[in-house]
Design a binder for this molecule. Structure first.
Ligand SMILES: [Zn+2]
Length: 195
């Protein structure tokens, strides 16, 4: 995962706000995890309409909690090889702020296999966080900042009931950052071991 290049002038302040905002309130009433389980079951059964229904429920419950208009979902079969999403190439889903529609793909592009549940849920949370950027935080755009990935991770781990990982970042050219997965996963294991 790689962050976007910071915008030059306009929206620079919002970009930095997004970068600094590393956490997200969570609906601690437990409304999301059971829906997440239904998504997983439907995926295992390879039942597209059930996956779609469970995703729609997930987004409805999350939108209600964050007090944003509900976004819609389209679950598509095989994903295209490349989806150009907001200037970056994302392979698993996208979000259109105009129509508030999230699209996610259930199958991989090349071998048409079912996407792993973790990847699928992580995509759903990622795209929903784009929705939050526009509708909750009022950003003019939704950048992939370090904060953005942290927020998406907070939602994902909560929904899945897995321990939150501390993300370690390394700077790369163009004032961008990438996740150091080795370090991140190593520290994740320690979290599990000590809990
Ligand atoms: Zn994105």
């Amino acid at each position: 995962m790689l962050t976007d290049t910071p915008p030059r002038k306009a929206n620079r302040a919002q970009f930095l706000d997004s970068d600094r905002l590393k956490t997200l309130d969570l609906p601690k009433d437990g409304r999301l995890p059971p829906i997440t389980e239904r998504i997983e079951e439907a995926m295992k059964a390879e039942k597209g309409p059930d996956v779609r229904r469970a995703c729609a429920e997930f987004l409805e419950a999350a939108s209600e909690f964050y007090k944003v208009p509900a976004c819609r979902i389209r679950v598509l079969a095989a994903r295209p090889r490349r989806v150009r999403e907001r200037g970056t190439i994302e392979l698993f889903g996208d979000y259109d702020p105009e129509t508030m529609v999230i699209r996610v793909w259930m199958r991989t592009a090349v071998r048409k296999e079912i996407t792993s549940f973790g990847t699928f849920l992580s995509t759903l949370c990622h795209e929903f966080c784009h929705h939050l950027d526009f509708k909750k935080f009022g950003f003019a755009d939704s950048w992939h900042t370090r904060g953005f990935y942290e927020r998406a991770g907070v939602l994902y781990h909560y929904a899945r009931g897995t321990p939150l990982k501390t993300l370690f970042w390394v700077p790369v050219a163009g004032r961008r950052w990438r996740i150091d997965w080795q370090r991140t996963n190593r520290s994740g294991k320690n979290n599990v071991a000590s809990s």
